[in-house]
Design a protein around this ligand. Structure first.
Ligand SMILES: *Cc1c(COP(=O)(O)O)cnc(C)c1O
Length: 437
């Protein structure tokens, strides 16, 4: 499969190049040249298959031209050593729990897949060490660090803002050691991201070491996220609830929802999507006005969605670019909602009181969007519960006036010893550090 850039000014890339480079040379995002459909009969039969079998079918459609089936199936098996169950919250609303992986957030799926695929290419081609730079406000760093832990030929540098990630999140990427280095930056998340961007553009540094990115711009992290949409469909089909699916996705960089739209493009019968935002609502504004105006993010209690310029917006536009009226076509498939911190808190409190279900602040946006959307009697609503509520224990306990339990997996991280290297937000110091590695 060839991959083109959404900016159309870069040469086509192989899968391997697209994964190793991350971003195309014209700063566009890579897109597969074609998206294969999955036959209706295969979709009707998904209900009889395991998550692993379902994911192999989807992985085959994306990567089958480039990787032998046995190897691909092995990568998928390693990636999905956990389930993504669909849980009924009440009436016709279901939670797709994506937080049963090692760091309790949906990003585990993409991060683990990318680590294994990149590891495979490095071994096959005998590439010299690849260095993954990742800036994080919390969840991405932990998923990437844990996904890549111990993979030969790869070193990961996690840049995070000192004092601005929750203690639970911090220990998920600072206690690992081995091929993971945590860089504690005296600055904000935006400073961390700026350092990573400068590093990718610095010629001297790029001659010294091979650098790539592991956020959702990378096709290897982004595409596998469509696996669990197929799995959700299969689970709901089993109970006769899959005919008119409305899928609500708490969105920040829009990687997750775009992977869902890829699933739809491949023939998965989803009736429509909802993009649920916190106060960072440039996408909702685009739906309402047809004009896209990126702006700096504002901090909220659903902080993994604090994104003012969602990178995967370029992929959505590209997908609909051939339609006569792309904006109208996008509005027909996707609707948008935004929620303030107060509304998120109110949703979490009411849902806990009325149903006993504990939402995290991100999932709460997805859930509330379904409630306000007023589903018809035949529609089934599914929201993606993107993180375990205990990852945001301080916020959740405060809002619910509770003391929620911390899963064993998280406790294990909390016993490790923190190791990090402190750096200022100046690029020169960061560059010098990397040049010595
Ligand atoms: C990353 C993240 C999101 C946003 O996902 P995107 O793919 O960036 O839209 C939502 N919720 C949680 C918990 C996350 O970690």
């Amino acid at each position: 499969m060839k991959y083109y850039s959404t900016n159309k000014q870069a040469p086509y890339a192989s899968l391997e190049d697209a994964v190793v480079k991350g971003l195309a040379s014209d700063k566009g995002l890579y897109m597969p040249e074609s998206i294969k459909s999955i036959d209706k009969e295969v979709i009707a039969d998904l209900k009889n298959k395991s998550f692993h079998e379902i994911a192999c079918i989807v992985a085959q459609a994306f990567f089958g031209e480039d990787i032998e089936p046995e190897i691909l199936n092995e990568i998928v098996k390693d990636t999905l050593a956990f389930e993504t169950p669909v849980i009924n919250v009440h009436d016709n609303i279901y939670s797709l729990e994506l937080f049963h992986g090692p760091t309790l957030a949906f990003k585990d799926v993409g991060a683990r897949f990318m680590a294994r695929l990149l590891g495979f290419f490095i071994k096959k081609e005998g590439l010299k060490q690849v260095n993954v730079l990742v800036a994080t406000s919390g969840d991405t760093g932990s998923a990437v660090a844990n996904g890549f832990l111990g993979v030969p030929g790869i070193h990961v540098y996690v840049l995070y803002p000192k004092g601005k990630v929750s203690p639970i999140q911090e220990c998920q990427f600072t206690t690992l050691g081995q091929n993971i280095t945590a860089l504690e930056i005296d600055g904000t998340f935006d400073d961390c991201q700026a350092l990573v961007k400068s590093a990718f553009m610095d010629e001297e540094l790029n001659q010294h070491m091979k650098l790539t990115s592991a956020n959702s711009i990378n096709v290897a992290r982004f595409l596998p996220q469509s696996f669990y949409y197929f799995n959700a469909y299969a689970q709901l089909d089993r109970i006769g609830k899959a005919d008119e699916l409305v899928v609500s996705v708490p969105s920040g960089n829009f990687g997750n929802i775009t992977a869902g739209i890829f699933a739809y493009w491949m023939g998965l019968p989803i009736k429509r999507f909802i993009a649920a935002n916190n106060r960072n609502d440039v996408f909702l504004e685009y739906l309402q006005t047809g004009i896209y105006t990126p702006r700096p993010s504002v901090p909220t209690i659903a902080n993994a969605m604090d994104v003012g310029n969602p990178s995967n917006f370029a992929r959505i536009l590209d997908l609909f670019g051939s339609k006569e009226n792309p904006h109208q076509a996008i509005c027909e498939l996707i609707s948008g909602y935004r929620f303030t911190d107060e509304e998120i808190g109110e949703t979490m409190k009411q849902t806990y009181k009325q149903t006993g279900y504990i939402l995290d602040p991100h999932g709460a946006c997805g859930y509330q969007a379904l409630v306000e959307n007023q589903l018809t009697a035949n529609e089934t609503g599914v929201f993606l519960e993107t993180a375990h509520p205990a990852k945001f224990k301080g916020t959740v306990d405060h809002i619910l006036d509770a003391d929620i339990e911390i899963p064993e997996k998280l406790k294990a991280f909390m016993q490790g010893e923190k190791q990090s290297i402190e750096l200022s937000k100046e690029f020169e110091g960061f560059k010098q550090y990397l040049m010595q590695q």
